[in-house]
Design a protein. Sequence first.
Length: 123
Amino acid sequence: MSLAEDPGDRGSVTAEFALALPSIVAVLLLVLSLGSHGVQAVALESAAREAARELARGEPAAVVEEAAVRAAGDSVTVTLSPDGAYTRVLLTRPVRIAGLIEVSSVYEAEASALTEHVGGSGR
């Protein structure tokens, strides 16, 4: 008698699959979450650079904050500060797992740009 005909093995493949499926789904969700984390970090860095460039050109703080929120999303916190000849922008946003569950960690992105001296020189 072959194993395929053994009545004691009937349904074992289905049971093994049912036991393995949650692990496979968990690994898939973890991989997707890590990919999303990378995308969000890059978007936040890009938004920080954009905001620093606008602030360095002399744009008002409200315009810079609006640009940062537009580029990075509504849940971003914007901190603007002068740093000698440079302007500094710090963006923070809460970390969300799979876009749903907020954890007690934050993404941070910081960018600086050389402040342009506009107006007054007449050149």
